[in-house]
Each structure stands twice: as structure tokens, then as C-alpha cells.
Design a protein around this ligand. Structure first.
Ligand code: UD1
Ligand code: MG
Length: 466
């Protein structure tokens, strides 16, 4: 059976007390809804329909900008007025075909796992017993706020009763509705057409279709969610932080499962995808964003942020470094307090020390910039030594220019290399020089005022007052 996914994301999220629509609130640096769409995509459905309403254009443009380009595009379905979850699914019906299975997800339940959804879909499409309804439920210590799953004496699901419509006895039921369902579209179309809003909230409840399925003799296949975390819905900032913590815990566990030593799993954030080698060690307060790969024996000190980086084997990144769109070669040492900006490419055994910034530059094997330097738009040869306080003046106020520093060249402390300029192989720049012309291979360039000594010089004396 073909699969189409409908994601409900039209709710306002009043309890967020935020100008940002609920489904755009960030979890691990990415809008809640983007998490759900990514999971939906991983099931390779025929189509993904996102029902939106509150936040309208803002939701659409934020999501279209956030999500990676994919062949599996989603389409947007407007629910102009939020009349309930059943009404929301109804808006997507014109886009669904009768021979499809519709999987319904919530835009504010971000940790739902693809594996659980596959099990639910399998239960709903079990070929021996014919098409059925799949219903994902959850066992809760405190089911307050959830729709309750009403089962008969044989344990068969009969209906879902919303908290506000439930009797005292029904409120005692601990099995809650997660909201996630899989339903054959041909039935869904009929049932949704029969929904009424004669209930406590005057809403068209999606949950009412369960009793309709039972009345029509359509099998309801319940699946109790393997973990509570994956079905947690987010309504306020407290739940947002709780799900963030849960996500952090899960991602840290993945790292440890892959052999990474984490000094404190509660103090590492993975906000993207990460590949790791063997015997990687990560100290506290490290944030990984975007796509990261770490080679074998990489060590990352405390308080580092890495975004879209490739770090080769045996690299040490010391405390307090920020690396973005950077590549670090085997055995290199970075930091403490270093910043690698987009386009920084460090060769093997390069040393980048404290208060050094590297942008759009490649440094050859064994090159060093150990203290207080700016290396921008440069090609630096192997073993070159960039002295403390060396600044590459790459920007003339209008355009950026390139600098080439040859292999084995040394730049003295506090030198300014005014781009475009070339420092030759093995050349030396004297401390305090402002270099505006190319320096030949092996030459020494000194460009500073000469030191003058005046013997016996007298300081001015104060003129006595009259
Ligand atoms: C819903 C379920 C409840 C379940 C709970 C799980 C119904 C009637 N109730 O209740 O059984 O236990 O979720 O969290 O389905 N939405 C729209 N358009 C609407 C209304 C809602 O898109 O008109 C979206 C919301 O943005 C949200 C989701 O549907 O993502 C659920 O809506 P919400 O109002 O939170 O439903 P609950 O009352 O929590
Ligand atoms: Mg809710």
C-alpha cells in the first residue's frame, strides 16, 4: 500500500507565550516541525502534507529554508481556522488517494522514531487480516491532558475519549493517545465526513474515528510506544526544555555506543549528524552542529563549538575553540581559544594556538601560528611559522585579496602583511614590519623605522613657577 504522511502543525501554541509559532520553536537548533518532516522523509512516503495555519507564511518560509533539499518534498495544506485535529486532517483529504495509507503525525511531537512508525505501518497493513487502523498509544504515570484509550474486556480498542469529555472512570485509564495513527484513506474519508463537534471543546476530534472504525468492523491495531520520550508533545517552554534534555541524552548515548568517551553525557549537545572514529574523547560543554566527522583518537577539550567540520585522526582541540566549516589535518593541535572560520583548512601537524583566527586559508603540513594572529585568504606553505601578532590585512575596505606565504617562511611578531602579497619560500619578515611588497625566497624583509639611540639625552624639565 502506498504511504502518504500528514503532519498536523496548525496549532498556535498559546502556552509558549512566544511570537514564534510553536512548530518553529527550536529543538537542538532546528524547528520542531523540521524534526518531524525529516523523520517522515526517512520513511520514503509517496507524499508528505503539512497542515499549517498559525504563523502561516512564516512557518512555510522558515521550514523551506531550514530543510535540506530533498527529492521528497512536502506540500503545504492550509487550515485557515483551527477547528480540531479531525478538521485538520480533512484539509489534506483532497491530496490523498483512496488506495493509500495515511500516517498522521504531529508537528509538536519531534522525537518520534522512524522504527516505531514502521512497526505501526506494518500493523496497519498486515496482509493476512486486511487493511486496518494503526494506533500508537502510550502508558503514562500521569495521563492528564491526553485522550484515553478505551479497551474492552478482551483488550480490544473500542474508542478514544478526550480528557475533557471523559467520565471519572475513564480518566483513571493510564493508556493515552499519542495522536499518531495510520489509516486507510478510503475509510478515513468516510469517517472524517461523519465527524461532529458535539463535545466539550466544540472541536472536530480526529480521535472519534476510532469508534467509527470499530462500528464499521475495521480492525484497530494498537501499538504501545516503546518509549515515552518519543511521543512527548511540546506545549510550553518547560516541555521544550525537557524534550531538549531527552534529545541530548539520546544523542550522547549514540556517541557513547559508538565508542566515544564523554566526560559528562549531560554536557554535550549534538545538533546535527556526526561520524566518529575510535577512541574519541570529548570534554564538557561541547556543541556539535551540522555535519561533523571526527577521526580516530580525536580529543576535544571543554567549551568548544564545532559546526560542519572534518577533523582527521589524532587531532587535539584544546579548550574554548570555535570551528566552523573547517578541516583539520591529522595530528594537528588547535587552541586553546582559537577560531577556525569557514574555509580554514589545516594540514597535518599544524599548530594553531591561542587567539588565532583562520579564515578561508590553507596551512601546509607542520605550519604554525601559535599566538595572536589573523590568517585570512591565505595559502601558507609547510612548516611556515606565523609569529605572534602577525596580521594579514586581506581587506582594503572594498575587496579581499590573497596572500601567499611560502614553505619554511617565518613572519616576525607584530608584522602586518598587506594583501595581495607573497612571502617567498624560506623568507623571513622582521618583527614589527608592514609588508606591502613581495618578499623573495630566502630573503629577510624588514619594514619598520630604524632604532636610533641619542647618547646622554636629557628629558625635558618642568619650568619653575614664578
Ligand atoms: C490531541 C488528541 C489527544 C492526544 C493528544 C496527544 C485529539 C482530539 N486529541 O489532543 O487524544 O492525547 O493530542 O498530545 O486529537 N492541530 C491542528 N489543527 C487543529 C487542531 C490541532 O493542526 O485544528 C494540531 C496541533 O498543532 C498539534 C496537534 O494537532 O500539533 C494536536 O493538537 P492539540 O490541540 O495539541 O491536541 P490535544 O488537545 O493535545
Ligand atoms: Mg497537544
Amino acid at each position: 500500500m502506498k504511504l502518504s504522511i500528514v503532519i498536523l502543525a496548525a496549532g498556535q501554541g498559546k502556552r509558549m507565550k512566544s511570537d514564534l509559532p510553536k512548530v518553529l520553536q527550536p529543538l537542538a537548533g532546528k524547528p520542531l516541525l523540521a524534526h518531524v518532516i525529516d523523520t517522515a522523509r526517512s520513511l520514503s512516503p509517496a507524499a508528505i502534507h503539512v497542515v499549517y495555519g498559525h504563523g502561516g507564511e512564516r512557518v512555510r518560509s522558515a521550514l523551506d529554508a531550514t530543510l535540506a533539499a530533498s527529492a521528497n518534498r512536502h506540500s503545504w495544506v492550509l487550515q485557515a481556522e483551527q477547528l480540531g485535529t479531525g478538521h485538520a486532517v480533512q484539509q489534506a483529504l483532497p491530496a490523498l488517494a483512496d488506495d493509500e495509507l495515511a500516517l498522521i503525525l504531529y508537528g509538536d511531537v519531534p522525537l518520534i522514531r522512524a522504527e516505531t512508525l514502521r512497526t505501526l505501518i506494518a500493523a496497519a497493513t498486515d496482509s493476512t487480516s486486511g487493511a486496518a487502523m494503526g494506533l500508537l498509544t502510550v502508558m503514562l504515570d500521569d495521563p492528564t491532558g491526553y485522550g484515553r484509550i478505551v479497551r474492552d474486556a478482551q483488550g480490544r480498542v473500542r474508542a478514544i475519549v478526550e480528557q475533557k469529555d471523559a467520565t471519572e472512570t475513564e480518566r483513571g485509564i493510564r493508556e493515552g493517545n499519542t495522536g499518531v495513527m495510520a489509516a486507510p484513506v478510503e475509510y478515513l474519508r468516510r469517517w472524517l465526513g461523519n465527524l461532529r463537534n458535539a463535545n466539550a471543546q466544540r472541536e472536530y476530534y480526529l480521535t472519534d474515528i476510532i469508534a467509527m472504525a470499530v462500528a464499521d468492523g475495521v480492525r484497530v491495531a494498537p501499538l504501545v510506544a516503546p518509549t515515552v520520550a518519543e511521543v512527548l508533545g511540546i506545549n510550553d517552554k518547560i516541555q521544550l526544555a525537557e524534550v531538549e534534555a531527552e534529545n541530548r541524552r539520546l544523542r550522547a548515548r549514540e556517541l557513547m555506543t559508538n565508542g566515544v568517551t564523554l566526560v559528562d553525557p549531560a554536557r554535550v549537545d549534538v545538533r546535527g549528524s556526526i561520524e566518529v572514529g575510535r577512541d574519541v574523547e570529548v570534554d564538557v560543554n561541547v556543541v556539535f552542529e551540522g555535519q561533523i566527522s571526527l577521526g580516530d583518537r580525536v580529543r576535544i577539550g571543554p567549551n568548544c563549538v564545532l559546526r560542519n567540520c572534518r577533523i582527521a585522526d589524532d587531532v587535539t582541540i584544546n579548550a574554548n575553540c570555535v570551528l566552523e566549516d573547517a578541516e583539520v589535518g591529522k595530528g594537528a593541535i588547535v587552541g586553546p581559544f582559537a577560531r577556525l572560520r569557514p574555509g580554514a583548512k589545516l594540514g597535518a601537524e599544524v599548530h594553531i594556538g591561542n587567539f588565532v583566527e583562520v579564515k578561508n586559508s590553507s596551512l601546509g603540513e607542520g605550519a604554525k601560528a601559535n599566538h595572536l594572529a589573523y590568517v585570512g585568504d591565505a595559502t601558507v606553505g609547510a612548516r611556515a611559522n606565523i609569529g605572534a601578532g602577525t596580521i594579514i590585512a586581506n581587506y582594503d575596505g572594498a575587496n579581499k585579496h590573497h596572500t601567499t606565504i611560502g614553505a619554511d617562511a617565518h613572519t616576525g611578531s607584530n608584522s602586518v602583511l598587506v594583501a595581495p602579497v607573497t612571502i617567498g619560500v624560506g623568507a623571513t619578515v622582521g618583527a614589527g614590519s608592514t609588508i606591502t611588497k613581495d618578499v623573495a625566497d630566502g630573503a629577510l624583509a624588514v619594514a619598520r623605522g630604524r632604532q636610533v639611540a641619542i647618547e646622554g639625552w636629557k628629558r625635558p624639565a618642568k619650568t619653575p613657577k614664578k
